[in-house]
Design a protein around this ligand. Structure first.
Ligand code: CA
Length: 478
């Protein structure tokens, strides 16, 4: 072949593979329960979520999807790195949000960094909550009122693979609005969600004018506390502020989806279950069950802590109205992106990430995961394999009743084994009927902790020693 022809044909090849790359939008709600999305909970859900229902109808619903943790920070770590956060220094709880050492190591590959290598423009709009420091006095940084305007943040999203950042750290410091690495404004918390939505829409409009593929990570601040629906949404649900805020969140998702370019692969999920701060007991009295039929809420090791809504829309690739019962985890995002782009990830990245692509294309005929690990706010573990779920604590591992200390006092067994196919509400502890399953799953968990990874590849190191059996303490507040 003549050099010119070779050049032309490789250009065509390159161009065709580039044009097949989808844009990527990943929307992460904060504390939205599985049962808060109407199409997932038609009998016991009383909140109208028309935009999420439509998104589900246009794509695939994963009915057994899990956040890597039952609380914010560790879930976000797992989502962006493809590695369970319990392999890091954060063995329980969340970061404070004011002035913390970043949880993601500077040299760790994030999904944003990976996509940037692949030629994507990358942006994070929303709540970071993975730690950053600032150039102001650390005492001031811990102030609940947030950081002063003009403060520079250090080790934030723009140092972890994102070209652009617009948003905040977490609920405590939500009044400090940050753009890239500067605090630009102090705002009322009620304005944060609308500001994020508007920025996402204008960002997508700018992306549409550019030739580059884009990745937008959109971790919304709602319906987490402060539960502050805008005036236009207040009273809409008839069920109180939380349900109004869920409706507003749904509407913002609708606005963002309406602004999207074609050939965009959309993910929507939540970072953990609905919080008791939503006044879940009161909602239950109004016949709304935010965890659907699952046990517990945010912070717990039970399903209500981490079983989350999970929708994927990809026109022309993912069948509309399809469902998958695969047990999956948020950590799967990085390996999924690599599979879509036909790129290989290094051995020291995405250690707990499994590609969802076979399920998305309807080509899966076996479980994608050998196992999935769950983690509660108190750092209690559960491991899931097929129908079996083994939790290594006597109680909720979180805020649900009974907590671990209380459960131990009541003489409840130190471990809980449930058959989720027969007992999705986790009511019958089968640990004494199936000691062989308890033994097998305990060994499996020990092995994947010791290996530093739960996927194929060379063993890696955890950042700190990981203690599986923790004392039965009362769970901390967030
Ligand atoms: Ca959360």
């Amino acid at each position: 072949m003549k050099p010119l022809l070779l050049l032309v044909s490789s250009f065509v090849l390159l161009h065709s593979s580039l044009s097949a790359k989808p844009n990527l939008l990943y929307i992460l709600a904060d504390d939205l329960g599985y049962g808060d999305v109407h199409c997932l909970n038609p009998q016991r859900g009383k909140i109208a979520t028309p935009h999420l229902d439509r998104l589900a109808a246009q794509g695939m619903t994963f009915t057994d999807a899990h956040s890597g943790s039952a609380v914010c920070t560790p879930t976000r770590y797992g989502l962006l790195t493809g590695r369970y956060a319990w392999r890091t220094r954060l063995q329980s709880g969340v970061l404070d949000g004011g002035n913390d050492e970043p949880l993601i190591a500077a040299d760790r590959l994030t999904v944003a960094g990976f996509l940037k290598q692949q030629g994507y423009s990358t942006a994070c709009i929303g709540k970071w909550h993975l730690g950053f420091q600032s150039d102001v006095d650390s005492k001031k940084g811990k102030d609940r009122s947030g950081l002063p305007v003009g403060a520079r943040i250090i080790g934030g999203p723009t140092t972890r693979g994102f070209d652009r950042f617009f948003g905040c750290s977490n609920a405590r410091t939500m009044s400090s609005l940050i753009e890239d690495d500067r605090v630009i404004e102090h705002i009322e918390t009620i304005d944060m969600l609308p500001r994020l939505g508007a920025r996402a829409v204008s960002h997508l409009a700018a992306c549409a004018k550019s030739d580059a593929r884009f990745f937008l990570y959109l971790p919304l601040t709602s319906p987490h506390t402060p539960i502050v629906p805008s005036a236009a949404w207040k009273g809409k649900s008839g069920l109180g502020d939380y349900a109004d805020f869920v409706m507003q969140t749904d509407a913002i998702v609708g606005e963002v989806l309406a602004a999207l370019a074609e050939n965009t692969l959309v993910f929507f999920t939540s970072d953990n279950g609905c919080s008791p701060a939503a006044k879940t007991a009161q909602l239950e009295k109004s016949s709304h069950f935010a965890s659907a039929g699952f046990r517990g809420y945010k912070a717990d090791i039970w399903e209500g802590g981490h079983r989350v809504p999970f929708f994927v829309r990809w026109p022309g690739k993912v069948a509309a109205g399809s469902k998958s019962a695969q047990t999956i985890c948020h950590t799967d995002f990085l390996a999924t992106c690599a599979a879509i782009l036909e790129a290989k990830l290094p051995d020291n990245a995405a250690e707990d990430s499994v590609s969802l692509l076979p399920a998305l294309l309807g080509q899966d005929n076996a479980p994608l995961h050998e196992q999935v690990v769950h983690h509660s706010i108190s750092g209690r573990f559960a491991i899931r394999q097929g129908n079996w779920k083994l939790a290594l604590c006597p109680g909720s591992g979180g805020w649900g009743k009974p907590g671990d200390a209380e459960a131990a006092k009541q003489g409840l067994p130190a471990v809980q084994l449930y058959d989720l196919s027969a007992d999705p509400a986790e009511t019958i502890n089968l640990h004494d009927k199936h000691p062989e399953v308890v033994q097998r799953l305990t060994k499996l968990l020990n092995d994947i902790i010791a290996n530093g990874r739960s996927t194929a590849g060379s063993p890696q190191k955890n950042d700190v020693p990981v203690v599986i059996n923790k004392p039965n303490r009362k769970a901390a507040k967030e």
